[in-house]
Design a protein around this ligand. Structure first.
Ligand code: ZN
Ligand code: CU
Length: 521
């Protein structure tokens, strides 16, 4: 037996913490209590909180997992299970046609995709081995592109049937649900009708429908209504992703949307949300600034169109009507010109003696990879309001990474390395927005229940030994917008399926993670 001894257990249910040793045998928790008389290998947890491994409901690790199986940014935060395939995008459903060039770029994938279905992708991940467990969502944008390419209209009956069949296949192969990215093409071309039909398939297997709303700024409230309507029509369980209100005029709207969530719950809709603990969001520079029609196609196709002077003029004219808040945009990832990373768009424009819109067009016209932008436009008070809500889980909205290696050149959002320790250090210890028990529940028992995950997310005898032991006095994030690849502090031991992936703060290199297929026990 392996024993985590002398710690304080926070069991993930929200119940009050208590002193206990935790005994692990094989992949499971076999004993909780005073185990001082038992023989076994001991990991000292004196002064530490021992909790279920954290579950990150919202990630994009399908895009990085084949490059980073050791999942360093994940396990060093104490995360032992991730749900990938969010925001409508699932690399495991991409195929080798030109429409999927963007997925190839996003995933830093140069070769052909060697998988033909999500099931094959899962098998490949499984064969390779991963440090943490992974569950997969089917991405609606990816599915739609498979069937309709970049077509803007509604699907005809045949196309809808095809999408439905692809989704059903993914669910049968073990996907835990469906995600949409209704702000991005081609997801944005979908109507409530289309999504509700697909969501019925998800509801039929009691899966989860996770949506990146159509609008998180001026149209936030209407976008939440739309998501609730999908749930009402299909009976699907609904997850509102990375909930927030973007841009100052919309601050405070989360009070209203959360009240709608409560009312919908009372009316029988199974809805909840998740959040990351930052006041900036990150997305594609094009998504943030270009008219929708200009965002279609691969990075190269967009760049080529932007180099055409007539198109450029038309785009500029449309951009001038879009009221982009240029002041708060900072270039994050810029593969073709790393010197832009960390610089504000207005600064670049001033230096070049052109307008911010022109600067953006120039940057995107040269791009060879996805350029990402960080926008400082979320209210701290809203973040706290969302975090405090009893139905809110914690989700990082990141793909797993390692602090060095080729991917580390990307100036990513710090949430990728800091989300979970940041909630604990800043929103429990430093400012009492949540209690320890509440915060841990939002990272464990609550997200496990959203996924109907058996034997995970709670620390009890018979559960899988996905465990974290962290120091409540020191746990904190260190990743910043300037240096996003810094590991957090205070996460001492992490176990996945009974195997230590972090011991005494050091990653062991073990790959005990499993693919968590829907319904697997
Ligand atoms: Zn999203
Ligand atoms: Cu996302």
């Amino acid at each position: 037996m392996e024993i985590l001894s002398g710690g304080t257990v926070v069991d993930g249910t929200g119940a009050a913490r208590f002193r206990a040793d935790v005994g692990i045998e094989g992949d499971s928790i076999v004993a909780i209590g005073d185990l001082s008389a038992l023989p076994g290998r001991r990991s000292d947890a004196t002064g530490l909180f021992v909790t279920p491994g954290f579950i990150d409901l919202h990630t994009h690790s399908d895009t990085t997992i084949l490059r980073v199986p050791q999942m360093s940014s994940t396990v060093r935060q104490g995360v032992t299970t991730e749900v990938c395939g969010n925001c409508g995008l699932q690399l495991g459903l991409a195929v080798n046609t030109p429409e999927f060039e963007m997925e190839r770029r996003l995933s830093h994938w140069s070769g052909r995709f060697s998988w033909r279905s999500l099931g094959e992708f899962m098998a490949r991940v499984e064969e390779m081995g991963t440090a943490a467990n992974l569950a997969f969502l089917a991405g609606h944008g990816t599915l739609r592109k498979r069937v309709m390419g970049w077509e803007r209209g509604a699907p005809d009956a045949a196309a809808l049937r095809q999408m439905r069949d692809l989704l059903r296949e993914a669910l049968e192969e073990g996907a835990v649900g469906l995600s949409t990215g209704l702000e991005y093409p081609p997801g944005r071309y979908a109507t409530v009708e289309e999504i509700a039909v697909l969501a019925e398939e998800v509801a039929a297997v009691d899966g989860l429908y996770a949506t990146h709303l159509r609008d998180e700024a001026d149209g936030l409230i209407e976008a939440v209504e739309e998501a609730l309507e999908v749930a009402r029509r299909s009976g699907v369980r609904l997850q509102l992703a990375h909930h927030k209100a973007e841009n100052r005029p919309n601050w405070g709207k989360v009070q209203h949307t959360l009240a709608r969530v409560d009312a919908a719950r009372a009316a029988g809709i199974d809805v909840a949300c998740d959040v990351y603990p930052y006041t900036a969001f990150m997305t594609g520079l094009g998504v943030r600034t270009l008219p929708a029609w200009m965002q279609e196609g691969s990075v190269e196709q967009v760049a080529e169109r932007l180099r055409d002077s007539a198109t450029r003029a038309r785009v500029l004219a449309e951009m001038s009507r879009m009221a982009v808040d240029w002041e708060h945009l900072q270039i994050g990832v810029s593969p073709h010109d790393r010197s832009l990373q960390g610089r504000r768009v207005v600064e670049i424009a001033r230096e070049r003696g052109i307008s911010p819109a022109e600067a953006v067009i120039d940057i995107l016209a040269q791009a060879t990879g996805v350029v990402a932008v960080i926008t400082f436009a979320i209210a701290e008070e809203d973040l706290r309001t969302v975090l405090r809500h009893p139905l809110t889980s914690v989700g990082s909205d990141s793909g797993t990474r390692h602090a060095d290696g080729p991917l580390a050149e990307d100036r990513i959002h710090p949430r990728g390395f800091g989300t979970f320790p940041r909630v604990l250090g800043r929103y429990v210890r430093e400012t009492p927005v949540l209690t320890w028990e509440e915060a841990i529940h939002k990272m464990t028992g609550l997200p496990a229940s959203r996924l109907s995950l058996a034997r995970r997310g709670v620390l009890q005898v018979g559960a899988y030994a996905d465990l974290v032991a962290f120091d409540p006095a020191t746990v904190i994030d260190h990743a910043t917008y300037e240096e996003p690849h810094r590991y957090p502090e205070g996460i001492r031991h992490v176990f996945v399926n009974g195997v230590a992936v972090v011991r005494d703060g050091k990653q062991t290199g073990a790959l005990p993670g499993r693919v968590l297929r829907r319904g697997s026990r």
